[in-house]
Write a protein that binds this ligand. Structure first.
Ligand code: PEP
Ligand code: MG
Length: 565
C-alpha cells in the first residue's frame, strides 16, 4: 500500500478505481512559409480543420448534459469571427494553415492571460485545447478518445482538456488527479457537475502513481491510496456509502421550498455566471437567480457584447427559469475586473475608482445597450435589475433617468418590455448602509454584497495576501451593517437578500436567519446545504442569541458565541 498526499482540492469526494495514466501528446509546429499559389488551398485546409473539429464536438455531444454545455462553449469559441479572420490573415501573409492557427489562437490566449482574473485565464486553457485539436487534425492525427475504458478508473494526467474529458463515458470515472489544472477550470466545472472527485496541481502524479493498480482517491484529503489493504478498502467503501446517503438526503431537498421550523419561508437562490452555473442551479432546486454576474459576458469577448447577444442570453436564461426570478446585475467592471478591449486610465486607487455603476454612468451608451437588452428580455420571465456598488442616492436617480430614456426609445420602436421591472441595489459600501432608508424609498430591493461591503467597511483589500490575517468576513462591523440593512428593509416592508460569499458560509446560516435575512443567493453547489440548515432552524429560539452574537466586540468573542448557536 502507498499513500501520496499533495495538490489542491478542486472537487470534493472519494472514489475507488484502477489508476489510468493519460499522456497528452505535444504538438510540434514549424514556422512554414507557403507560396502565393497555395494560399487558397491552405485557407481551405484551415476551414476544413474547423469543420472537422465542429463535427467531432457534435458527435460526442450525446454523452452527457453537463458536458454538452462545455462542448457548446467550444463550438462557440471556435466560431469566433475575430480568431478566424486573424488566422486567415496569417495564411494570406504566406504562412501555413497550422502555423496560422497557432498564431491566431496564441494571440487570443496571450490577451486572456494578460487579464488578472482567474476565470478569464482559465478560458485561455479552452483555447489551448482548441488549438491542439485543430493542429492535430491538420497533421492528420486521430482523436484520442477513451471509448475503450469500460471499468471504473481514476484518471491521472498532467492535464485533461474539457473536450477530452467529454469524450469519456463518465460513469467509469471515479476520480481525477492532474499535475496542472485550475481549481475552477472548465474541466473542474464538469467534474463538479458530475460529482467526480478532483485534485489539481498534484506534482509528479504520473511518476508517483503506477498504472493499472487499484486505488482510492480522497480529494478532501488531497490523497491517493494505491493498493489499499482490505481493511482500508472496506473503511472507504463505508465512507462512500455514508457520503452517498448524505447526498441522497440532501437531494430530497431539491424540490423543497425551504421553511424554518417556525414557518418562515426563505428563498435560496443562485449566483450564476454562465449556462453551466444555471444548469446546476436549476438541478439543485434554486428558487431563482439572485445574482447573474453579467461581467463575464463582457470579459469573455473581444469587444463590447451587442444588444442582440445580451438580449438572447438574458431571454434564454429567463426562459429556463420559468416563473422564478432572474436578478441581472448590470455590468460590474473595474477594480479587479478589467476588460481587455477597454483602456482604463491609470488610477491610484482602482477599487475606489471607475468601478461598477460608476463605469455604467460614465459610459452611458454602453450602459444603454445593456439596459435595452434587459428590458427587451423582461417579458420572458421575472427579470429584475440590480445595480452594483451604489454609494449615493443620486446614482439611482441617474440610472432611473437612463432607464426611462431606454423605455421611451423602445416605445418608439414598438418593442415590448415590462414597464414595472423591479430595480434593486447591491449594498456594498458603508454609505449604502447609512443611506438604506433613503435608498429603500426609491428601489424595490436590496441585496447585500458582503465581499465588497466587508472590504470597504474594514478598508481592507479583499484580494491582498499580505494582510490576509486581518481579513475575516465574520466580524462585528459587517454583521451590524447587515442587521441595519435587514431592519430598514423590513421597516419598508421589503424583503432583503444577500448574494456575497457570506450567504453561502454555512457557519453563519443560522445567525443570518436569526438576524432576519429573507433570501440567500449562493453558488449552486451550496444550495442544498443552506436549505437543510433553514429547515432545521427555529428562528424564535435564536433571535436574541443572534443579536448578542453581533454585539460582541472582537472577532474571536463573536466566533466563540456563534458556536453556541
Ligand atoms: C460582493 O461584493 O459581495 C459581490 C457579490 O460582488 P463581487 O464579488 O462580484 O464583487
Ligand atoms: Mg461586489
Amino acid at each position: 500500500m502507498k499513500t501520496v498526499v499533495r495538490g489542491v482540492l478542486s472537487c470534493e469526494g472519494i472514489g475507488i478505481g484502477k489508476t489510468f495514466i493519460y499522456e497528452n501528446r505535444d504538438i510540434k509546429i514549424e514556422k512554414k512559409h507557403i507560396e502565393d499559389s497555395n494560399i487558397l488551398n491552405e485557407i481551405k485546409l484551415l476551414k476544413k480543420s474547423i469543420d472537422t473539429y465542429k463535427s467531432y464536438l457534435k458527435s460526442i455531444k450525446k454523452n452527457n448534459k453537463e458536458q454538452n454545455e462545455i462542448l457548446d462553449a467550444h463550438l462557440q469559441m471556435i466560431d469566433d469571427p475575430v480568431i478566424i479572420k486573424n488566422a486567415i490573415k496569417y495564411v494570406t501573409d504566406n504562412y501555413s494553415a497550422e502555423y496560422s492557427i497557432k498564431m491566431a489562437l496564441d494571440e487570443a490566449i496571450i490577451t486572456m492571460n494578460s487579464i488578472d482574473d482567474e476565470y478569464i485565464s482559465l478560458r485561455a486553457l479552452d483555447y489551448e485545447d482548441i488549438k491542439t485539436r485543430l493542429i492535430h487534425i491538420i497533421q492528420g492525427e486521430n482523436f484520442l478518445d477513451f471509448s475503450n475504458i469500460n471499468e471504473e478508473v481514476i484518471l491521472v494526467s498532467d492535464d485533461i482538456s474539457p473536450s477530452v474529458l467529454s469524450s469519456i463515458d463518465t460513469k467509469y470515472i471515479k476520480g481525477i488527479i492532474l499535475e496542472k489544472g485550475g481549481a475552477k477550470s472548465h474541466t473542474a466545472l464538469i467534474a463538479d457537475a458530475l460529482n467526480i472527485p478532483l485534485i489539481v496541481r498534484f506534482e509528479k502524479a504520473r511518476e508517483l502513481i503506477d498504472e493499472n493498480h487499484l486505488a482510492i482517491i480522497d480529494a478532501n484529503e488531497r490523497s491517493i491510496i494505491i493498493d489499499p489493504t482490505d481493511e482500508i478498502l472496506e473503511d472507504y467503501k463505508n465512507k462512500i456509502a455514508r457520503h452517498n446517503l448524505k447526498i441522497t438526503k440532501l437531494k430530497k431537498l431539491i424540490q423543497v421550498n425551504p421553511k424554518t421550523v417556525d414557518g418562515k419561508k426563505i428563498g435560496v437562490l443562485a449566483n450564476i455566471g454562465n449556462d453551466l452555473d444555471l444548469k446546476n442551479a436549476i438541478y439543485n432546486g434554486a428558487n431563482g437567480v439572485g445574482l447573474f454576474r453579467t461581467e463575464f459576458l463582457y470579459m469573455n469577448m473581444s469587444s463590447f457584447p451587442s444588444e442582440e447577444f445580451q438580449f438572447n442570453t438574458y431571454r434564454r436564461t429567463a426562459k429556463k427559469l420559468g416563473e422564478k426570478p432572474l436578478t441581472i446585475r448590470t455590468l460590474d467592471i473595474g477594480g479587479d475586473k478589467p476588460l481587455s478591449y477597454y483602456k482604463f486610465k491609470k488610477e491610484d486607487n482602482p477599487f475606489l475608482g471607475l468601478r461598477a455603476i460608476r463605469f455604467s454612468l460614465l459610459e452611458k451608451d454602453i450602459f444603454k445597450i445593456q439596459l435595452r437588452a434587459i428590458l427587451r428580455a423582461s417579458i420572458y420571465g421575472d427579470i429584475k435589475i440590480m445595480l452594483p456598488l451604489i454609494s449615493q442616492v443620486e446614482e439611482v436617480y441617474l440610472v432611473k433617468n437612463i432607464l426611462k430614456e431606454c423605455m421611451n426609445e423602445l416605445d418608439k420602436q414598438k418593442i415590448s418590455y415590462s414597464p414595472n421591472i423591479e430595480i434593486g441595489i447591491m449594498s456594498e459600501t458603508p454609505s449604502s448602509v447609512f443611506l438604506a432608508k433613503d435608498l429603500l424609498k426609491i428601489v424595490d430591493f436590496i441585496s447585500i454584497g458582503t465581499n465588497d461591503l466587508n472590504q470597504y467597511t474594514l478598508a481592507l483589500d479583499r484580494g491582498n495576501d499580505t494582510i490576509i490575517d486581518f481579513y475575516s468576513d465574520i466580524n462585528p462591523s459587517i454583521l451590524r451593517c447587515i442587521k441595519i440593512l435587514i431592519d430598514e428593509s423590513h421597516r419598508f416592508n421589503k424583503q432583503i437578500s444577500m448574494c456575497g460569499a457570506l450567504a453561502g458560509n454555512l457557519k453563519v446560516t443560522k445567525l443570518l436567519l436569526g438576524l432576519g435575512l429573507d433570501n440567500f443567493s449562493v453558488v449552486p453547489s451550496k444550495i442544498l446545504e443552506v436549505k437543510k440548515i433553514i429547515e432545521e432552524t427555529d428562528i424564535n429560539l435564536i433571535k436574541e442569541k443572534s443579536i448578542s452574537v453581533i454585539n460582541e466586540s472582537t472577532n474571536k468573542e463573536l466566533l466563540d458565541k456563534l458556536k453556541e448557536l
